[in-house]
Design a protein around this ligand. Structure first.
Ligand code: PNS
Length: 160
């Protein structure tokens, strides 16, 4: 049986932390669908298409990773795709409450869905898309935190 996992998020933009999680998950699932939520963030810096394109470039070497957008409930999207696992990263205790609520709600909505929490590599633990966006906006160096294609996209978006 093929194990399919969904890794949902807003990915505005994908960071090295997300990449780390995807690669870790591919050690125990057969396929990962990186699912960009259409309405997750009201005013994203990058458009949906830009976010999808960046993730596709970042993951192009691995045919086991698929990149899709989804509208509506994650629980329904999981049913549509046949995924039985949702992957989420836990970086700090502060993530826990929101993640715990989401996991329980998702299982309430789709009782075949289990959430698996992964811990990123220690040196990526402090990373988040919002922090990286802020650092980039204020002219800081984000080279260490994102793939070169994302760095280039920041350059264009922020006109540097
Ligand atoms: O990266 P984020 O912004 O923390 O991701 C949040 C996301 C996209 C996983 C969450 O908002 C989500 O699943 N949205 C889809 C709509 C949905 O199913 N909402 C109920 C979640 S319990």
């Amino acid at each position: 049986m093929t194990t399919i996992a969904i890794y949902p998020g807003s990915f505005d933009p994908i960071t090295r932390g997300h990449e780390d999680l995807i690669r870790r998950s591919l050690q125990f699932v057969d396929r990962v669908i990186v699912a960009v939520a259409v309405n997750a963030s009201k005013t994203p810096l990058f458009t949906l298409e830009e976010r999808l394109d960046m993730i596709r470039v970042v993951l192009r070497d691995d045919a086991r990773a698929e990149v899709r957008s989804f509208n509506g409930l994650l629980a329904d999207f999981a049913r549509e795709t046949g995924a039985k696992l949702v992957l989420r990263g836990l970086r700090a205790v502060s993530d826990f409450e929101y993640e715990f609520q989401m996991a329980l709600m998702n299982r309430q909505l789709n009782d075949e869905l289990e959430t698996v929490f992964l811990v990123p590599a220690v040196h990526l633990t402090y990373l988040s898309s919002s922090l990286v966006r802020e650092v980039a906006r204020l002219g800081g160096d984000v080279r260490e935190f994102v793939h070169p294609v994302v760095l280039e996209a920041f350059g264009k978006k922020l006109k540097r």
